[in-house]
Design a protein. Structure first.
Length: 126
């Protein structure tokens, strides 16, 4: 494969991956909620001029939540394809996958409270 074809193939892979993320956002209500919360968190971090390490922590937990949501979508879609009829095992798999998203969200909330909490408290008591 020539260098140009290799580059085009990598670029095509990036576009395919971005389309996958787009599909998650368009089809999953919770993903749209994640978009709004992600934007609020990033705007708040920017307005507060957070230090670099806190930005890094926020990016990590945002990525953690998004990765969990994307995998949850994949698992739910795959289960629906393999088992279109309602079955207890299929429900269990989907519930466990949703639980993984919840864990990631709870961890991100805790990190957010550690980062934003003291600043919010200082502003409230001010």
């Amino acid at each position: 494969m020539s260098g140009e074809n290799y580059f085009k193939a990598r670029l095509r892979s990036i576009w395919i991956a971005l389309d996958g993320i787009r599909q998650v956002i368009l089809t999953q209500q919770n993903a749209r909620i994640h978009v709004v919360i992600t934007l609020i968190v990033l705007l708040s971090a920017w307005l507060l001029r957070l230090p670099r390490l806190e930005w890094a922590l926020l990016f990590l937990v945002i990525g953690f939540v998004w990765t969990a949501e994307i995998f949850n979508t994949v698992i739910e879609d795959l289960v629906d394809q393999v088992s279109p009829e309602q079955r207890p095992a299929a429900k269990r798999i989907k519930d466990i996958s949703a639980g993984a998203v919840m864990v990631s969200v709870l961890v991100s909330i805790l990190v957010g409270l550690l980062i934003f909490g003291p600043r919010l408290w200082a502003w409230i008591t001010g």
